[in-house]
Design a binder for this molecule. Structure first.
Ligand code: MCN
Length: 767
């Protein structure tokens, strides 16, 4: 097998040697001569007026050069955080986006909100001096629970957001749904919570800002998911033109959506770097991360499913409460748009209707987190379907099969107006049932019961939108130099995904050259390329597809140049494996020769719509009734992400996504004290993280239906594991407990919660 084949079948990732030998360069690894260090003073109150802020003592501390406060943020005009709820809501409602000065001014609204930035010649001096900033607060009543925030008489966070309601909207057809419910033979109702979690990438947030006075330009070394979205949002927050903002990152240690947006700290560092005339660097602590990196999920969903006598789905209705925390972060859009797009799940449901309310609470803002609404809607739908199956006494797999959108119905327009491209759901299910030995479960359950364990099996069949994106087009630049090296420039940014491997594979395959000849450069600081950031599992569909188009363009241009060289017409030239040749000439022209005079450079572009990866996951759990501990004993995943570029990377993506979902199912949860608004799990001492032992080896199979949206036939996969794992694992646990009469539990399914539920059920049963 040559190297080219090796990569094709899923060989090592080219970035791994650097990353696992400690040779990576992360945001905190950047240093420039003369840099200063920043430390943020953060609110220890959930809701309070800032009566007085005294920086005098801090300024006297040795090494301290400046202290910036909310007044500086306001005078710089850095007060309007960007958000993405720019479409009209119910009755034409415009989102009520409250002001958010990059350092709090007048009031603080969540624990951790930055209200001053201390700058000093060392990080230690800045941190010590921050202790000397005196803040006089007047406490205000707070509200941390989203439904409570919408209730009459709740404490009000912002004068311009009456009732704490930032946005309200609806989707689908209320009347059609009401009519269908009126005729239903059976209605299943379930209210579930997709809990608030802290995404917690490995690399803590860090940023170094350098201001170039001569050019009036800012340069950022920062952990990011791509340059274009961040630049746009930073420009929107600060009104500094986009071409005056330059970003550079080499390695990024995880993002999960949380490294996409413009954070207030970065803007405050701009104020500092400009005023100090020296670069200013800030590295967050893990506690800063828990308090101020955008949280994920946090949706309360009340669902109703109407069925006819044969178990066919007639209609579905949902009511969403999408808590956004203290300010409107850009993530709110995903929680509404993606959940509307995928509302029907994988089922043919003729009528759909959803309402959405977006409250603000005295908590950390909420943003996009691996799936950005897609796992939430999948969770709500797949829990409902399992509940309906139990209520009607129909096998959970059979009920799904009865209601699948059939293969011949694709492209399928859903009742909320999205168009699913292509899928083979019955084929997917059949493969998963076989892989998970669905039929043989009863015997395994009996065996577990003999050992005193409650065994359950769960299933989820899910679909999600990937691709598309806000950028006008995705662009890729290719440069070919005299050595034959092809450099691929992109504005997307891997955070651990292996794009240096997969994008290079796409170009190398298209050109028929060894992959070693192709280098990938992500987010060059002076890039003028357009394109989407890495998010929404769209890099392969977008940037990846354009890599292919760029390679084709290079071949076409190469044919014209080779024709000149060989004194022939371009139509007489053929290309294969790095060489141009013609039956009309004994001579050949190598790819590298095209660049012998000067580097050849070209840009290709493409615009792609949504593609819809889908999957069927089956998991089994064993619950120990004595301790409440749940153990995943088997996990099978059959996924359709279209054609696969690198099988090992796709399997790795699924593995990571499934474990991330399992973390949320079994323990991750950001909780606030209702009275004080203090976070109760803001360090790894008290916030659960999934560990290797949580999941047995994943058994993975592919079931590809190639996408036509992408010339490569690919669909995204980066979020698929998360989307399917939330419902499958909760369904498995509920299945284990259902014989005791337990129908519903919300995440996280901790041993304590399960033990208490089991005890309560035993009492009811008179045990
Ligand atoms: N891939 C492939 N064949 C396909 C589809 C994808 O070989 N048919 C490969 C890709 O080329 C890429 C990886 O799988 O190397 C993921 O590709 P894709 O599905 O296009 O998703 P993105 O690259 O756009 O990644 C974004 C997605 C999201 S939205 C989150 S959140 C997430 C995720 O990916 N965050 C991650 N996976 C992550 N993985 C790591 N290690 N770290 C994160 O922060």
């Amino acid at each position: 097998m040559d190297t080219h084949d090796k990569h094709h079948h899923g060989g090592n990732r080219v970035e791994d040697f650097r990353l696992i030998t400690g040779a990576g360069k992360y945001a905190a690894d950047w240093n420039v001569p003369g840099q200063l260090f920043g430390h943020f003073v953060r609110s220890d109150r959930a809701h309070a007026q800032i009566v007085a802020l005294n920086t005098e003592q801090a300024l006297k501390h040795p090494g301290v050069t400046h202290v910036f406060t909310g007044a500086d943020a306001v005078s710089a005009g850095y007060t309007k955080a960007p958000h993405a709820l720019t479409f009209p809501g119910r009755n034409g409602m415009q989102a009520r986006a409250p002001a958010r000065p990059v350092l709090a001014h007048g009031k603080v609204r969540f624990v951790g909100e930055a209200l001053a930035l201390v700058v000093a010649t060392s990080a230690a001096a800045a941190q010590s001096a921050a202790e000397l900033v005196e803040v006089d607060y007047r406490d205000l009543p707070c509200v941390v629970d989203p439904e409570g925030a919408l209730a009459p008489g709740a404490p009000q966070l912002h004068d311009d957001v009456p009732g704490n309601l930032a946005f309200e909207t609806e989707a689908g057809d209320a009347q059609a749904v009401a009519a269908a419910f009126a005729n239903a033979a059976h209605v299943t109702r379930l209210k579930v919570e997709s809990t608030r979690v802290a995404p917690s990438p490995m690399e803590p947030r860090a940023c170094l800002v350098t201001y170039d006075a001569a050019r009036d330009e800012y340069r950022f070394n920062v952990c990011m998911q791509g340059v274009t979205t961040l630049r746009k949002m930073m420009s929107s927050y600060t009104k500094v033109p986009e071409d005056k903002l330059k970003f550079e990152a080499r390695d990024v240690g995880g993002g999960f959506g949380q490294r996409t947006p413009a954070y207030p700290e970065y803007c405050a560092l701009m104020i500092a770097a400009k005023a100090a005339g020296r670069p200013v660097k800030w590295i967050s602590t893990r506690v800063d991360g828990f308090l101020t990196d955008n949280h994920g999920r946090n949706n309360i969903i009340s669902g109703e499913l109407a069925l006819d006598r044969d178990g066919k789905f007639l209609a579905m209705r949902m009511d969403w409460v999408n808590d956004m925390g203290a300010y409107l972060a850009p993530g709110a859009m995903g929680h509404i748009r993606n959940t509307t797009t995928c509302m029907t799940g994988v089922y043919r449901i003729p009528a759909l209707y959803a309402t959405y309310r977006v409250p603000l609470t005295n908590t950390t803002p909420v943003g996009a987190y691996r799936g950005a609404g897609r796992p939430d809607i999948a969770y709500a739908v797949e829990r409902l379907v399992n509940q309906a199956a139990a209520e009607l006494g129909i096998d959970a797999a059979e009920l799904r099969r009865r209601n699948f959108i059939p293969p011949e119905a694709f492209p399928y327009k859903t009742a909320t107006g999205s168009v699913y491209e292509i899928a083979d759901l019955p084929g997917l299910l059949a493969k998963a049932l076989k892989l998970g030995d669905w039929q043989g479960f009863a015997a395994r359950r009996a065996k577990s019961a003999a050992a005193g364990k409650l065994r359950g099996i769960g299933i989820s069949t899910v679909i999600e939108n990937t691709g598309a994106g806000n950028a006008p087009v995705d662009e890729i630049e290719l440069q070919l130099d005299a050595s034959g090296t092809i450099t691929v420039y992109t504005v997307s940014k891997a955070q651990g995904h292996g794009h240096e491997t997969t994008l290079a594979t796409i170009v190398a395959d298209a050109l028929g050259v060894p992959q070693e000849q192709v280098k990938v450069v992500q987010c060059a600081p002076d890039t003028r390329l357009q394109g989407n950031h890495t998010g929404g599992s769209r890099t392969t569909v977008g940037a990846g597809s354009v890599c292919y188009l760029a390679a084709q363009k290079l071949i076409e241009q190469g044919k014209a140049l080779a024709a000149l060289e060989l004194k022939l017409e371009p139509s007489q030239i053929n290309y294969a494996k790095g060489e141009f040749r013609s039956s009309e000439s004994p001579r050949t022209v190598k790819l590298a020769e095209l660049a012998k005079a000067k580097t050849l450079s070209l840009t290709a572009e493409g615009k792609f719509g949504s593609t819809f990866p889908n999957g069927c996951h089956i998991a089994e759990v064993e619950v120990d009734p004595e301790t409440g501990a749940a153990q995943i004993v088997d996990y099978c995943a059959v996924d359709d992400c279209g054609n696969v570029i690198n099988h090992a990377i796709v399997e790795g993506q699924l593995h990571g996504g499934v474990v991330q979902g399992a973390g949320q199912v079994f323990g991750e949860h950001v909780v606030y004290d209702r009275e004080s608004g203090q976070p109760l799990a803001a360090s790894f001492m008290d916030y659960y993280m999934p560990r290797a032992g949580l999941l047995p080896s994943l058994r993975v199979e592919e079931h590809a239906t190639p996408s036509k949206v992408s010339p490569l036939g690919v669909k995204g996969v980066g979020e698929s594991g998360c989307t399917a794992s939330l419902p499958v694992l909760v369904n498995a646990v509920i299945d284990a407990l259902r014989p005791l009469g337990i129908q519903h539990l919300d995440m996280p399914l901790t041993p304590s919660k399960l033990w208490h539920a089991i005890q309560a059920a035993k009492c009811v049963a008179g045990d």
